[in-house]
Ligand binder design. Structure first.
Ligand code: FCB
Length: 443
């Protein structure tokens, strides 16, 4: 496609606090659940931590200059809860909020629209010690935190996202243990998901109570799951996985409650759901952020290929450094799914690829593979706009090579290379490629 995107379409990049800020003990920040998780041997590759990360807490001005060079019209970042409320029951730490205050001013001066995510997985350790997302109190605490951030930034920030990818927090954090807090407890997963959604609803109300005219949304990772074959057991396995990622969150957010078929299949007792919770979760949503990376082929693990009817759905041959299949068509599917919700604005709040980044040319990473990944997804996004999806912006994951959770610094998603010893930033070929896309307002 060489068509232009609509006027006013936002081209951005996304980051998150724990992945880039560093300055883990600065200005009164307390420990987060990720600081603690990184210290458990074997949880993060090479024993990496976010203690220093990209040192963005100190280098934010330089980073805004980089965004300006790329011509970004929007920037999505998250606020670190332990900077704002370092202690349970304690006062709001204005010194921690000062950082975001300066950042927002700097972005606005540079003509870059700030998109604030309140929670990108790094809740304070004191919250976890009080039960974390397994307990309902955390949803209330989250809403109080949302109010504190709104009180400070709400005069300038128009775009708010409550949570980033609640599925990841619930599933990887509570069931598989790959993410903080590292629990392996199938019962805890859906309780945590419910409290996350409740927290979203309560925080949305708090954000709206502040000032009118702002856009409140949530960033979800939605993914299609393809059945390995047409065998009913494969179809059911894929539907279950897909439902737990997508419908489990979309249905209650859009006022339909938890899907009955999934309630039956999971056997979740829903004992944590109290009267009024579903109404609180189903707050009006001004926007949905879609974080999209991949699809996956799913089969019933108990079935052998010889028992499956042909044709078998193969795993896509092209994968990124994460081992994630490159499947741009799934982006279009998820955008159409969101069109069906009737939501007024959709943003692609994350999309990007981890690449080996081993080829260098003229002193910069020559990442044609990343450019190709991004281009194919942007083309798919353009098609979806043509099909009536109210897509208003696209954010590359991510601006800087950063702390990629359990992979530490061993996976690079950035448009800009970061030297881990010197913190020197060097735009990759993809950064210049993206700059040209932005300048043309289209791929
Ligand atoms: C998403 C996360 C983001 C980053 C990318 C690769 O699930 O929101 O922080 O880790 O994956």
């Amino acid at each position: 496609m060489n068509g232009r995107f609509p006027d006013g379409f936002l081209w951005g990049a996304a980051t998150s606090s724990y992945q880039i800020e560093g300055a883990a003990a600065e200005d009164g920040r307390s420990e987060s659940v990720w600081d603690r998780f990184c210290r458990i041997p074997g949880k993060v590759l090479n024993g990496d931590t976010g203690d220093t990360a990209c040192d963005h807490y100190r280098r934010w001005e330089e980073d805004i200059r980089l965004m300006e060079e790329l011509g970004l019209s929007a920037y999505r970042f998250s606020v670190a809860w332990p900077r704002v409320l370092p202690e349970g029951g304690g006062p709001v730490n204005q010194a921690g909020l000062d950082f975001y205050d300066r950042l927002v001013d700097g972005l606005l001066e540079a003509g870059i629209e700030p998109f604030v995510t309140l929670y990108h997985w790094d809740h304070p350790l004191w919250i976890e010690e009080a039960g974390g997302w397994r307990v309902r109190e955390t949803a209330y605490a989250f809403a109080e935190y949302a109010s504190a951030v709104e009180a400070r930034l709400g005069d300038r920030v128009r775009h708010w996202m409550t949570l980033n990818e609640p599925w990841v927090t619930a599933h990887l954090g509570h069931r598989t243990g790959q993410h903080a807090p590292g629990l392996v407890d199938s019962g805890a997963e859906l309780d945590a998901a419910h409290h996350l959604l409740l927290g979203h609803g309560l925080a949305s109300m708090a954000l709206r109570a502040g000032r009118p005219g702002r856009e409140v949304g949530i960033a979800l990772n939605l993914e299609p799951r393809r059945p390995r074959s047409g065998h009913p057991r494969d179809v059911a396995a894929a539907a279950l996985e897909e439902g737990l990622m997508n419908g489990w969150f979309l249905d209650p957010l859009f006022g339909r409650g938890y899907p009955d078929d999934l309630l039956a299949r999971t056997g979740w007792p829903a004992s944590v759901v109290e009267d009024g919770d579903l109404a609180a979760i189903a707050q009006p949503l001004d926007a949905v952020g879609l974080n999209y990376y991949r699809t996956e082929v799913v089969g019933d693990p108990g079935l052998r290929d010889e028992d499956r009817p042909p044709p078998l759905q193969n795993d896509p041959a092209e994968v990124t450094e994460m081992g994630w299949p490159v499947t741009p068509s799934g982006l279009g599917e998820m955008l159409r799914l969101l069109r069906g919700t009737g939501v007024e604005a959709v943003y692609i709040t994350e999309n990007g690829a981890a690449c080996p980044d081993t080829a260098w040319k003229d002193g910069a990473v020559d990442d044609e593979d990343r450019c190709s990944y991004l281009e194919r997804h942007i083309i798919e996004a353009g098609k979806a706009i043509g099909e009536g999806v109210p897509l208003r912006g696209y954010f590359v994951w991510t601006l800087l090579d950063n702390f990629e959770w359990s992979f530490g610094y061993a996976r690079r998603f950035g448009l800009v290379h970061v030297d881990r010893t010197t913190q020197r930033r060097t735009p990759k070929a993809s950064a210049y490629w993206y700059r040209d896309v932005i300048a043309r307002n289209g791929p």
